[in-house]
Design a protein around this ligand. Structure first.
Ligand SMILES: [Cu+2]
Length: 328
């Protein structure tokens, strides 16, 4: 909209507020910080062209002021697509509306935009911390992929991607998945850097009900998480070795020469359909520690004794192929 004339822009802002009420309780408090509003920036650090998106940090209960310099703009809380866009405050900033002040009574990260110029990057952020500067804001996490309706072939790498942002900084990310709603989350990786990507070797657990979950932490221990919005499918590999998969969770082992000693307890999450294939007696184990996949022989408990194996229930003993023994 650089090509719009000042008159066009003035008319746009005027028309908008003729049809939509300006919102936001005006604060009478002295502002703790100020954004200067010009073409086409919200500037709080005196460097309007050097800082793409200016951020102001205040304590809860403090006031921020927007001060008009030139042009025809708005200050509007939220981002496009955000259902709360403009609900907290939404004010014209032009020659007839020289300033607006808003007091922030809740902690959080508040994005705001200029309605006609948001797509040119005319946006800003107010970070509101607890009294005394304590970081009480958890990371905000969004899972990008897989986010539902994906069809992932088993035993193929796929990209788990996410966005995790924090007012101070994300220190670590944990990844999980599950193959049915209500099933326990199975760890895929822990303490990852917040790179936004992870290559996941999709296990051979056919399901139409899978989701991934991304959990992010900041240095103050605040935790934010997001899961796939909808379920996705893991498709069986045609002619694959074994249709059933057992996931070895929390198994730790140390290599002693060629012999592996497994420590701690092993929890197996057995997919539905195991009963139909139990005759085969072979499953595939994924060791979360080493990331390796192992073939295994599964000895199921006798019917009516230790209970039938079910999704998410521990089953043992399990003798791993190659002579490794694994017990409770
Ligand atoms: Cu603007």
């Amino acid at each position: 909209m650089h090509s719009m004339s000042d008159a066009d822009m003035a008319r746009w802002v005027e028309d908008w507020y003729a049809a939509h009420p300006a919102r936001g309780q005006r604060s009478a408090d002295v502002a703790a910080d100020t954004f200067l509003v010009s073409n086409y920036h919200f500037d709080s650090d005196g460097d309007p062209s050097g800082t793409p998106v200016d951020t102001v940090r205040i304590d809860v209960g403090q006031t921020v002021m927007w001060k008009w310099v030139q042009g025809n703009h708005t200050t509007t809380n939220g981002t496009f697509g955000d259902p709360s866009l403009g609900l907290l405050w939404d004010q014209p900033m032009d020659a007839a509306h020289l300033e607006f002040s808003f007091r922030f009574d809740s902690t959080g990260v508040y994005n705001f935009i200029c309605r006609p110029h948001a797509f040119q990057g005319m946006t800003g952020v107010v970070v509101v911390s607890g009294a005394g500067g304590v970081d009480v804001n958890p990371p905000q996490v969004t899972v990008y992929t897989p986010n539902g309706f994906d069809q992932l072939p088993a035993q193929q790498p796929t990209d788990i991607s996410w966005l995790a942002i924090d007012d101070v900084g994300v220190t670590s990310v944990d990844l999980f998945y599950r193959d049915a709603d209500g099933a326990p989350w199975v760890t895929l990786a822990r303490d990852l850097p917040n790179s936004g990507h992870f290559t996941w070797n999709v296990p051979n657990v056919p399901t139409t009900q899978a989701r991934v979950r991304v959990v992010a932490r900041d240095a103050a221990g605040n935790v934010g998480a997001d899961s796939s919005d909808d379920v996705f499918e893991i498709q069986r590999v045609a002619g694959g070795r074994v249709a059933t998969t057992a996931r070895l969770r929390a198994a730790r082992h140390t290599a002693l020469g060629r012999r592996h000693v497994l420590r701690q307890r092993c929890v197996l999450h057995l997919p539905r359909g195991l009963q139909a294939r139990r005759r085969a007696g072979r499953v595939e184990g994924h060791d979360d520690e080493s990331g390796r996949t192992r073939s295994a022989v599964l000895r199921l408990p006798r019917r009516g004794r230790a209970g039938r194996p079910q999704l998410g229930r521990p089953v043992h003993p399990l003798s791993l192929a190659g002579g490794m023994a694994l017990g409770p």
